[in-house]
Structures are given as structure tokens and as C-alpha cells.
Design a protein around this ligand. Structure first.
Ligand code: ATP
Ligand code: MG
Length: 211
């Protein structure tokens, strides 16, 4: 894997460097937002597009309604002009594969240089992604550290010039943990944006034990 690039200088060109971040966002939390912000700043991304999926490839726990997950992402990023969210994966029936999403953006915006932002946990499973070679042809991967996950010494993407590791202070925070806390009546304050917490309370989300 490439060494950390940090706040490297990139020549000013007409290039559009666009970050894409997929996930269930069930619900979105500060770990997602901090990862996207770190990627945006380190790689001078013009914009980060969040892509909540309609159905995760690997379903996990109680899944809130797709429209509600999407609206929580929209509320969470509302005050950040460089963050947007797209309905592309939401409107697909069945699971969303990153390769299909990248193909869509590549075809519709051939002038964009695509960076797919992912947590280290997801990229450790890279071999089981659909069409991993296609993914790396269409986008560079920005892999954000995520405690407690670590890169094993034999990690196959180490040294790949299209894969960049971004070291962050690291928030050991997951949607599973948020759902678990909600179900057991514990506070999620300071772990998710206030409007996300308000939506979870108003819609009575994550009360069922399905983990
Ligand atoms: P769940 O516990 O339900 O799997 P999650 O917190 O992993 O939820 P996802 O929607 O599955 O959230 O993740 C979307 C993307 O965000 C993935 O690439 C994941 O690795 C990344 N991600 C999630 N939480 C963090 C975090 N705390 N730090 C860095 N990346 C994260
Ligand atoms: Mg996950």
C-alpha cells in the first residue's frame, strides 16, 4: 500500500478529483464523516459523494428503511458544501456493487478522477468484492484506518499504486454500536450528529434485536 500522503501538494489542473463513499449508513455516524473529511483534505477532493445503498451486499442487523437512512445522511452533511449524497445506489434493486457504481460515474462523468473511500475493514475483504480489478481500474482506493482493524503483513494490496492509506486519529465507532446503544437505551449523543439522533428517536429506529 502506498505510504500516507498527508497534505501533499497537487498541481493545479482542470482535473475533477471526486470522492465516493458507499455504505449502508445504518445510521450514519461521526466515524463516516471524519473518514470522508480526512480523505477530502488529504487528497484535495473537490467533493465527496455519499452513496447509501438500498440493500447491503452483506446485510447486518436491523436495516432501517432506505429513505430514512438516506435522509439521515442528507441531514448529517447539510452544512458541508463539499459533501453531497446520491440516490444512485438507493434506486437500484438488489445489492449495490462498487464496480457498477464506478462504471456509472465513469460513463456519466468521464472527466472525473474517481477516488473510492473505504474503511480498512471493508478493504481487508477486497478479494471478495465483485470485479476487484475493475474497481481498481476505474478508481483509486482511499483506505481510511479504522480501529481495531490492522493491515496484515501479507495484505495483497500493499504496494499497489492505486491504493492509498490514510491514517486518521481513528474513531472506533460503527453503526452496529450505535444500533446496539439505541436498543439498550444508552446515549448516542456526540457519536452521531444531533439531527440523526433526533430522527432515530422520532422514527423509533433500532429497537429490535436482529444482530
Ligand atoms: P455496520 O456496523 O452496520 O457494518 P459501519 O459503521 O461499518 O456499520 P457501513 O455503512 O457498513 O458502516 O460503512 C460504510 C463505509 O464506512 C465502509 O467503507 C466502512 O469501512 C467505513 N467506516 C465505517 N465506520 C468507520 C470508522 N469509524 N472509521 C473509518 N471508516 C469507517
Ligand atoms: Mg460495516
Amino acid at each position: 500500500m502506498n505510504s500516507t500522503i498527508g497534505k501533499r501538494k497537487v498541481p493545479v489542473t482542470a482535473e475533477h478529483r471526486i470522492g465516493l463513499m458507499g455504505g449502508a449508513f445504518n445510521p450514519v455516524h461521526y466515524g463516516h464523516l471524519a473518514a470522508a473529511e480526512e480523505a477530502r483534505e488529504s487528497f484535495l477532493l473537490e467533493r465527496v459523494i455519499f452513496l447509501p445503498c438500498s440493500q447491503p451486499v452483506w446485510p447486518k442487523g436491523e436495516l432501517a428503511d432506505a429513505e430514512i437512512r438516506f435522509s439521515m445522511v442528507a441531514l448529517a452533511i447539510a452544512e458541508n458544501k463539499t459533501f453531497t449524497c446520491s440516490r444512485l445506489e438507493l434506486e437500484r434493486s438488489g445489492p449495490s456493487y462498487t464496480a457498477d457504481t464506478l462504471r456509472f460515474f465513469h460513463a456519466s462523468h468521464p472527466d472525473w478522477r474517481l477516488f473510492f473511500i473505504t474503511g480498512l475493514d471493508a478493504v481487508l475483504e477486497f478479494g471478495s468484492w465483485r470485479d476487484p480489478e475493475g474497481v481498481l481500474e476505474l478508481a483509486e482506493l482511499l483506505v481510511v484506518t479504522r480501529p481495531p482493524y490492522q493491515i496484515p503483513p501479507s495484505f495483497p494490496l500493499s504496494g499497489n499504486l492505486r491504493v492509498h492509506l490514510i491514517r486518521t486519529p481513528g474513531l472506533a465507532l460503527s453503526s452496529s454500536e450505535i444500533r446496539d446503544r439505541v436498543r439498550s437505551g444508552r446515549s448516542i449523543r456526540y457519536l452521531v450528529p444531533p439531527l440523526v439522533a433526533a430522527t432515530i428517536a422520532k422514527e423509533n429506529l433500532y429497537q429490535e434485536r436482529k444482530e
